[in-house]
Design a binder for this molecule. Structure first.
Ligand code: AR6
Length: 192
């Protein structure tokens, strides 16, 4: 897989945030399992007991101990996030499981999707992670249109950075498909 990584220019982020953040944001052409990050984010479902897409890939890579730990968490609400160990995924310290909305077009979808990014970053900060890799939460099976989802996720990340000026974390936005990378770039342009 082509693991192309592009950093969003610092000036661009600072201009959007109106202050100098210590954090960096990258677009990655690849999946969350192709990136070395302290925390990788899983686009899970309310049961936290595994599924298809990136969830299935993460559980396969981490091994059965992950499922054992997930069983003890008793699920997760939509828009919330919970943290576990990363088990056989050696280069990661944690997996942050978040549950995106199943897209319906309601205003609540945007709130829940933003919350997934914010709660995941809260957990990463609390657990002293210096890097975090996100998949496009809800943009696969859960049907969130990419153009909207990338805008919501970028806005949520910028807003979180504004509220956490002390945070120093590398944020990798993983694009499993080329169209995701394009959507992020267009969304970034539209925010400027
Ligand atoms: N490796 C890395 N990234 C992937 C992979 C993979 N193998 N497969 C998909 N992606 P999705 P959702 C990317 O559908 O929409 C599961 O069954 C994909 O390109 O995995 O939040 C859960 O259990 C997209 O960017 O998650 C839930 O039931 C991102 O992962 C449901 O799907 C999310 O796509 C959650 O749906």
């Amino acid at each position: 897989m082509d693991r192309h990584i592009e950093e969003i220019k610092k000036e661009k982020i600072n201009q959007l945030l109106k202050f100098e953040t210590l954090s960096k944001i990258f677009f990655v052409r690849g999946g969350v399992l192709d990136i070395e990050a302290d925390a990788i984010v899983n686009a899970a479902n309310n049961s936290l007991l595994g599924g298809g897409g990136v969830d299935g890939a993460i559980h396969r890579a981490a091994g059965s101990k992950l499922l054992e730990e997930c069983r003890r968490l008793h699920g997760c609400d939509t828009g919330d996030a919970k943290i576990t160990g990363a088990y056989n995924i050696k280069y990661a310290k944690h997996i942050i499981h978040t549950v995106g909305p199943i897209y319906s077009g309601a205003k609540k979808d945007e709130e829940n999707l933003s919350s997934c990014y914010e709660k995941s970053l809260d957990l990463a900060l609390k657990n002293k992670c210096k890097s975090i890799a996100f998949p496009g939460i809800s943009t696969g099976v859960y049907g969130y249109p990419l153009n909207e989802a990338t805008k919501v996720s970028l806005k949520a990340i910028f807003s979180w950075l504004k509220n956490h000026k002390e945070a120093e974390i590398n944020i990798y936005l993983c694009c499993f498909k080329d169209v995701e990378m394009e959507a992020y770039k267009n969304s970034l342009k539209s925010l400027s």
